[in-house]
Design a protein around this ligand. Structure first.
Ligand code: SF4
Ligand code: SF4
Ligand code: SF4
Length: 372
């Protein structure tokens, strides 16, 4: 319910694409442009002493701000969902992973003269961890972790727990979305066009990341003989870095939180999301629906950060597995009737609704317009 008074107006404005939301988005966009494409943050970096070992210049500044956002947003999440064990444990884990594996451990590694390595990021999200020029000079345990982590740990855990083990518990991008980004989760587009776009865009990025990695590996092996091939590969590598790793994941992915919701990058472009989504379709994770309990209020659909029309399944008493679901558990949390449950089960997969059934039965009904 919307609070009265100036604070009520302000909160509503921030959460519902008001002028304040646009201003916040402008500041975030500007920050990411300065971070990725200029050295304008250098004076601040120097002032904080981050230009010296064991720090890594502007990336340590970014890491500090990112961690601060996750920890403060996480504190709010812990308070808001204090009655929900799943959300409490998940938020604590997210905060812990960010403050240790994604921030302090790389600094500590630098401090003891080791390369800064981010254990919470794996290929294909961290594409350079399969680039020979980046990984081969790392200590052997890091190389082994990179390869086994991406090719064995990610798919095996994906089979047992779905995408959620990584996207809602470990990955910093999901961590930021589910803490700092919480006020904007309901803004994710629920339109049919967004759904169709996501199905293509996410797999195109995955193919792009696999091709780029393959080219870089081949070029590393045969580069001495084929200089033109090396030049072409460098162009592809730079294009991927600029378009996917900088513009789509940072500038657009976080900069547009207050306008387009918190999972624009995760939903439409993250190659790891596509990889894990394919595994999730055949794994054990699913959302089960209690029969004949749904009152069609639409809260689950409204607060799904991945734009999934959960209500359409609930209305049909249909348990489901969707490749895009990150297992955040908020649909189950906001449901006033306790209809939904996140489960890992070896039972046969529920039969999926066809896209047409979903579109015709529910996408045209607007979920409740209650503000967060
Ligand atoms: S979709 Fe990608 S970026 Fe988002 S939480 Fe999952 S792995 Fe991280
Ligand atoms: S369906 Fe539920 S658990 Fe999955 S992403 Fe949407 S809100 Fe989260
Ligand atoms: S929130 Fe619960 S009751 Fe409301 S539409 Fe979703 S499943 Fe049905």
């Amino acid at each position: 319910m919307r609070r009265s008074g100036k604070i009520g107006w302000f909160l509503h404005d921030v959460k519902n694409r008001g002028i304040t939301a646009w201003l916040i988005s402008g500041v975030l966009l500007l920050f990411y442009v300065l971070l990725y494409f200029t050295e304008e943050l250098q004076p601040l970096v120097k002032l904080l002493g981050f230009d010296k070992k064991p720090f890594e210049g502007k990336w340590t500044l970014y890491g500090l701000l990112y961690t601060f956002a996750i920890v403060t947003g996480g504190g709010w999440m812990l308070y808001k969902y204090r009655h929900n064990k799943y959300q409490i444990v998940r938020t604590i884990v997210v905060m812990f992973v960010q403050t240790t594996l994604a921030f302090s451990v790389p600094i500590w590694l630098n401090f003891i003269d080791q390369p800064a390595y981010y254990f919470s990021y794996l290929w294909p999200l961290k594409i350079e961890y399969f680039y020979p020029s980046s990984i081969l000079w790392m200590p052997i345990p890091f190389i082994v972790y990179s390869i086994l982590g991406s090719l064995i740990l990610v798919p095996v855990l994906g089979i047992f727990f779905g995408k959620r083990w990584y996207c809602s518990w470990v990955c910093g991008c999901g961590g930021l979305a589910n803490t700092f980004g919480e006020p904007w989760r309901h803004l994710t587009s629920k339109s049919e066009a967004s759904w169709k776009f996501e199905k293509y865009s996410i797999h195109i990025t995955l193919v792009f990341s696999i091709l780029t990695t393959a080219l870089v590996v081949i070029s590393y092996g045969v580069g001495a003989k084929y200089p033109e091939f090396v030049e072409t590969t460098k162009t592809v590598q730079k294009t991927y870095g600029l378009l996917v790793s900088s513009i789509l994941s940072g500038v657009v992915g976080v900069g547009l939180y207050p306008i387009g919701g918190t999972r624009i990058w995760c939903r439409n472009f993250c190659p790891m999301a596509a990889f894990l989504g394919l595994i999730q379709k055949f794994g054990r994770f699913r959302i089960t629906v209690k029969e004949n309990m749904c009152i069609s209020c639409g809260m689950c659909t409204k607060y799904c950060e991945m734009g999934i029309d959960v209500r359409a399944y609930a209305q049909r008493n249909q348990s489901f597995v969707r490749a895009s679901c990150v297992g955040c558990g908020l649909c189950a949390e906001v449901c006033p009737r306790g209809v939904l449950r996140l489960e890992n089960s070896s039972e046969p997969h529920p039969q999926e609704l066809t896209m047409n059934a979903l579109i015709h039965e529910s996408w045209k009904q607007k979920p409740h317009r209650k503000a967060l």
